[in-house]
Write a protein that binds this ligand. Structure first.
Ligand code: ADP
Ligand code: MG
Length: 246
């Protein structure tokens, strides 16, 4: 098996706040890992470390063979990782002044120097894949939240990522739009994309995750197959959390 993410004894602080504590975590190629935990437990910080959006203080982090040193000591690895890891946020973060299609073409054009015609064809293919081929020439503000989030996913996919990170991708959506975004993510998982997903959608986690990780105050306190974690949690913190959210 190929390890896409390898974290060993990782620690992260915000000032004196110890946010991630001795994190050991590996993600294999093709695996879908869902991260759950209470608000403030460190879920976002954990996945933001994976693409170098946050620095960490100690430990080891290797992403697709690129080793990030603590305190962002390896700019070359960071640049590689940024190219290979796609990220989707709670707020869609689309560029408001660009059309949907241009949003998707931007990174391949700028970062990969892709020719216009190729970037254009890729954008059209990806928009069809996420079910919004007819919206290509609209601006983000003309789309629903669910459509905007699907554009954000297509934009990340345009870089042909080796790993996709999702940080509560449906938390800002009206309830009726959550399903269409989860459907796209489910398809991606089926096609073999390696994914780390922070979500409160426990039904999705149970169905799609290969592994569920429960974080409490910056520590992984439980980890296992969804059926085991949800139906038979071993740690009392996990039990308490699940009894609140399930
Ligand atoms: P979660 O995503 O699980 O809600 P976060 O990873 O966002 O948790 O945050 C973990 C802890 O780190 C929280 O106590 C939060 O207040 C703190 N935190 C997050 N980002 C910052 C930051 N940029 N500066 C200082 N503290 C932060
Ligand atoms: Mg968060």
């Amino acid at each position: 098996m190929t390890q896409i993410v390898q974290m060993q004894g990782m620690n992260k602080y915000f000032g004196t706040l110890h946010v991630l504590k001795e994190i050991d975590l590996t993600v294999e190629a093709g695996e879908v890992v869902v991260v759950i935990g209470a608000s403030g437990s460190g879920k976002s910080t954990l996945i933001r470390c994976v693409n170098g959006l946050e620095e960490f203080e100690s430990g080891k982090l290797v992403v697709d063979g690129n080793e990030l040193a603590p305190k962002s000591g390896n700019p070359k690895a960071l640049a590689e990782i940024r190219k290979e890891v796609g990220m989707v946020f709670q707020q869609f973060n689309l560029f408001p002044h660009l059309t949907v299609k241009k949003n998707i073409m931007l990174a391949p054009r700028k970062v990969k120097d892709a020719p216009e015609t190729i970037a254009n064809a890729t954008a059209e293919r990806l928009l069809n894949r996420v079910g919004i081929g007819s919206q290509a020439d609209k601006f983000p503000s003309q789309l629903s939240g669910g459509q905007q989030q699907r554009v954000a996913i297509a934009r990340a996919l345009a870089m042909e990522p080796r790993l996709m990170l999702f940080d509560e991708p449906t938390s800002a959506l009206d309830p009726e739009m959550i399903g269409e975004v989860l459907d796209v993510m489910r398809e991606l998982a089926k096609e073999g994309m390696t994914m780390m997903v922070v979500t409160h959608e426990m039904g999705f986690a149970r169905e799609v995750a290969d592994r569920v990780i429960y974080i409490h105050e910056g520590q992984i306190v439980e980890e296992g197959k969804p059926a085991d974690v949800f139906d038979n949690p071993q740690n009392e913190r996990t039990q308490a959390f699940l009894s609140r959210v399930l």
